[in-house]
Design a protein. Structure first.
Length: 103
């Protein structure tokens, strides 16, 4: 009887406690029911303002190329291109400041 007791006792002790069922965290588990970042109207407005600003920059560069260039850019055209780059940087800084004030 004692052998039986000790053998069953030692088997249980050797195995250790039973492992609990593991809970695997699901990615994005807490986001159901909430709008995603890309679906907010503010995000669409930011994307639109950025795309329009870049479009203005490209259009101004094309205008400089068409106005001051005949196959190559003249010295005046180069200065105009630098001016367009400066205007673009200032425009984007202004757009960024405006967006920061919206929130």
């Amino acid at each position: 009887m004692t052998t039986r007791f000790w053998s069953s006792f030692c088997k249980g002790a050797a195995l250790g406690p039973r492992p609990q069922e593991k809970v695997v965290p699901k990615p994005f588990a807490g986001t159901l029911g909430r709008p995603r970042h890309g679906n907010r109207p503010e995000t669409r407005r930011e994307i639109l303002v950025g795309v329009v600003s870049v479009g203005v920059f490209i259009a101004l560069l094309m205008w400089v190329g068409a106005t001051y260039g005949d196959g190559s850019l003249t010295q005046t055209g180069a200065i105009a291109a630098v001016g367009v780059i400066v205007v673009f940087v200032l425009l984007m800084a202004g757009v960024g400041y405006w967006m920061a004030q919206q929130y």
